[in-house]
Design a protein around this ligand. Structure first.
Ligand code: PLP
Length: 233
C-alpha cells in the first residue's frame, strides 16, 4: 500500500509537469503546488504521502483535520478546503495555514475576529461559484470584487487569491472554459488595488480535472483520489 501511494503521488507530480508543458496562454514555468487531499484517509496514508514528498495536505472537515494535526504537526502545510461553518472557525484558525473556502463576508469577518484574538494573520482564498451550482458554496462573480474589497479591509486576514471547483462533468473538457475564465478573473483581481492582500494563488483542479486546470493557469491543485485511491465513507 505504501509503495502504491508513493508511486501515485509521483505520478501526479509528473502529470502536473507534463500539463505545464502543454500550457498555451499561461507561462509554462509558473510553479504549481500540489495539495494532497487526505480527507477520509488515516494518518498512516498521510505519512506515506509525506515520505513520498508531499509538503501540503488538504482536509475538508475541521474535526478530522484537528485530530490529524495533533498527530502529524507542523512538518506539512495545512489547507482547509471544505465548507467552513462559523461555529468551527475557532478550531480552524488554530491549525490552518491556508483556508480555501471563504464563501461569504460573514465568514471572513468571523475568521478575522478569531485570528485577531490569537494574534495571527490568517491566509485565505475566496471560493468562487463560477457555474452557480446550488450544490456548491462560493461567491458569484458579479459580487466578487466588492467582497474582495471588504475582505481586504479586515486586518487579520491576508487574502491570497481564489479557489473554485468545476462541475463534475462527464466530459472533462467542459471544465476548460470555466478554468480559463477563472484565470482571467484571477488576473483582474491581481490588478485591483488591495493593499493588504497578496494575490498569488489560484486553487483549482481535483482528480478528474487537475491536468486541464494546470494547463489553464491553476498554480495550486487539490488532489485526493488519484493519490490515495477511492474514499470509504
Ligand atoms: C475532496 C476534495 C478535493 C479532492 O477530490 P478528489 O476528486 O479526490 O481529488 C478537492 N477539493 C475539495 C474542495 C474537496 O472537498
Amino acid at each position: 500500500m505504501g509503495q502504491e501511494i508513493a508511486e501515485r503521488y509521483q505520478n501526479v507530480v509528473a502529470k502536473i509537469e507534463a500539463a505545464k508543458q502543454r500550457r498555451t496562454t499561461v507561462p509554462k514555468e509558473a510553479a504549481v503546488t500540489l495539495v494532497a487531499v487526505t480527507k477520509n484517509h488515516d494518518t498512516t496514508a498521510m505519512r506515506e504521502a509525506i515520505a513520498a514528498g508531499a509538503a501540503d495536505v488538504g482536509e475538508n472537515r475541521v474535526q478530522e483535520a484537528k485530530t490529524k494535526f495533533v498527530e502529524i504537526g507542523n512538518c506539512v502545510t495545512w489547507h482547509l478546503i471544505g465548507h467552513l461553518q462559523t461555529n468551527k472557525v475557532r478550531q480552524a484558525v488554530k491549525f490552518s495555514d491556508l483556508i480555501h473556502s471563504v464563501d461569504s463576508l460573514h465568514l471572513a469577518e468571523a475568521i478575522n475576529s478569531e485570528a485577531a484574538r490569537i494574534d495571527k494573520v490568517q491566509d485565505i482564498l475566496v471560493q468562487v461559484n463560477l457555474a452557480k451550482e446550488e450544490s456548491k458554496s462560493g461567491i458569484y462573480k458579479e459580487d466578487l470584487f466588492a467582497s474582495l474589497q471588504a475582505i481586504n479591509a479586515l486586518p487579520n486576514l491576508r487574502l491570497r487569491g481564489l479557489m473554485c471547483m468545476a462541475p463534475n462533468y462527464e466530459d472533462v473538457e467542459l471544465c476548460r472554459p470555466l478554468f480559463r475564465e477563472m484565470y482571467k478573473i484571477f488576473q483582474d483581481v491581481q490588478d485591483l488595488d488591495l493593499p493588504t492582500s497578496n494575490i498569488d494563488t489560484l486553487s483549482m483542479g481535483m482528480t478528474h480535472d487537475y491536468e486541464i486546470a494546470v494547463e489553464e493557469g491553476a498554480n495550486m491543485v487539490r488532489v485526493g483520489t488519484a493519490i490515495f485511491g477511492p474514499r470509504q465513507y
